[in-house]
Design a protein around this ligand. Structure first.
Ligand code: PFF
Length: 471
């Protein structure tokens, strides 16, 4: 018999609506902005391979676990974890996992909104024809001077946060479903156009080689561009951890975003099928972004390891040179903002759902409160690129932004995902997960159960141990 706990929040109107919303959450800055720049810093193909392995063996099974837990609990992640733990005869302290997710969501949203703000600013630049005829030096200078103004970064950050809060306050269903259905496919089309441009005008062979041809001598090499313009590389276990963190980040896993969306999912929808669609779309989006960017990077003598500014320095060269580039560029950044928007919404939703359930706040009140908190935290990221970029403001060799990103994406999400795997694989009774997944008791269910019990948690643990230097 299926669980029939009554949801207290909205439900998606259909199976497709859930899939679209989850794809909206997954596909975002993580694919278009973060994936290319961390691939550039971590040596290319070998990093991408480790990332893809993490997606398949850790991300996909944990996504199924998160959705099934969410749908069974039908509440905010904090209450879902608590209730299901009690129901399965475990300790209610599992609710803490929901708390860690809420914290990770705040941390991520705080900088996500700043970067989405950059994209908003670039909509205006693209529309104003600023990129016309610009070469790599010009786009680099444009971006660097943009970063030097904390006031304008703050303005764009504020604007984006307002956009996010506006949607979450109205309830994630209204508007989101229809908008994602149109905008997501449009973003894919634009990415394909950019790849075609890169094919004809960029150094496509070198780009593909860098992205898809693993050079295992670089698997432990992490490079960064120093302020002086020099490249500094060191040997470390970190790239593996970054690849793992990115698998969680890009799929919106480990913090309850997909769990809370799962809790609004209709009971008859197939979790495995939905997961497949989400994971494949997300991976295609990231690879397309990489295929669009690296050929342009190499054709223009740019540095793949140039960090968080990579796409903002690279793509404008293409928009400045291609016919109709002003229109394409504008459209591209609009769609990027939109993709970020649908992700940001899911970053806020777990906290808001909990405040509505437990603190009796209205949706509007809960959203305003959480939005302001994340906005405040974001100021640290705004300053990380100018006033606080110097070494005296760094902790563990990282800026505020670097630290918040590292802590949330590389530590908290994998840790959250690890606990979710343990919960779904070991705490929940076999009957519970089998009933929710509706895969029968055949090879598909057994494979998932084996992977979620042994493979995914062991791999996460291995990566952690490797990073701490125990292996
Ligand atoms: N998956 C989003 C992206 O790739 O841009 C970011 C994200 C959204 C991470 C929601 C985590 C999350 F819970």
């Amino acid at each position: 018999m299926l669980q029939t706990r009554n949801p207290i929040h909205d439900q998606w109107s259909s199976r497709l609506a859930f899939i679209m919303a989850a794809v909206g959450s997954a596909v975002g800055l993580g694919n278009v902005w973060k994936f290319p720049y961390i691939t550039g810093e971590n040596g290319g193909g070998a990093f991408v391979l480790v990332y893809l392995i993490c997606i398949a063996l850790i991300g996909a099974p944990i996504m199924m676990a998160e959705i099934l837990i969410g749908r069974r609990g039908r509440q905010s992640p904090i209450n879902t974890m608590r209730t299901l733990a009690i129901q399965e005869g475990a300790h209610p302290a599992w609710g803490w996992l929901g708390w860690m997710g809420v914290m990770a969501g705040f941390l991520i949203l705080s900088y996500y909104s700043v970067i989405a703000g950059w994209s908003l600013a670039y909509v205006v630049k693209a529309a104003g024809g600023v990129f016309r005829g610009a070469d790599g030096a010009a786009t680099g200078a444009l971006f660097d001077s943009f970063l030097q103004s904390p006031a304008s970064l703050l303005l764009w950050h504020t604007l984006f946060m307002l956009l996010t809060v506006a949607v979450v306050a109205r309830g994630v269903r209204s508007g989101l479903e229809q908008a994602v259905t149109v905008m997501m496919p449009a973003l894919f089309v634009l990415l394909v156009i950019l790849v075609l441009y890169a094919f004809y005008e960029g150094d496509f062979a070198r780009g593909v080689d860098f992205l898809l041809h693993p050079d295992f001598s670089k698997v432990f090499q992490h490079c960064e561009l120093l302020d002086s313009g020099e490249k500094s590389c060191r040997i470390t276990g970190e790239p593996i951890l970054i690849a793992l963190g990115q698998a969680f980040f890009t799929l919106s896993l480990g913090m309850g975003a997909i769990m809370v969306y799962g809790s609004y999912m209709p009971a008859n929808a197939s979790i495995a099928a939905a997961t497949l669609v989400i994971v494949i779309s997300d991976t295609i989006a990231a690879l397309l972004a990489g295929l669009a960017i690296f050929p342009i990077v190499f054709a223009n003598g740019l540095e793949p390891a140039s960090g968080p500014g990579l796409i903002f320095k690279t793509l404008p060269i293409a928009f400045g040179a291609m016919p109709g580039g002003q229109l394409f560029g504008t459209l591209f950044f609009i769609l990027l903002v939109f993709a970020a928007w649908t992700s940001a919404i899911s970053l806020l939703e777990p906290a808001v759902a909990w405040l509505v359930e437990n603190r009796g706040l209205s949706r509007i009140g809960a959203t305003a409160l959480t939005g302001v908190l994340a906005w405040l935290l974001g100021i640290g990221t705004v300053l990380s690129f100018n006033l606080w970029s110097g070494e005296s403001f760094q902790l563990f060799g990282k800026t505020w932004f670097g630290l918040v990103d590292h802590l949330s994406a590389n530590i908290m999400l994998p840790l959250g995902g690890f606990c979710i795997a343990i919960f779904a694989g070991w705490v929940m009774a076999r009957e519970s997960s089998r009933e929710e997944l509706q895969l029968g008791d055949g090879v598909r269910y057994r494979t998932w159960r084996f992977v979620i019990r042994y493979v995914s948690p062991a791999l996460v643990l291995l990566v952690f141990l490797n990073t701490v230097g125990l292996l």
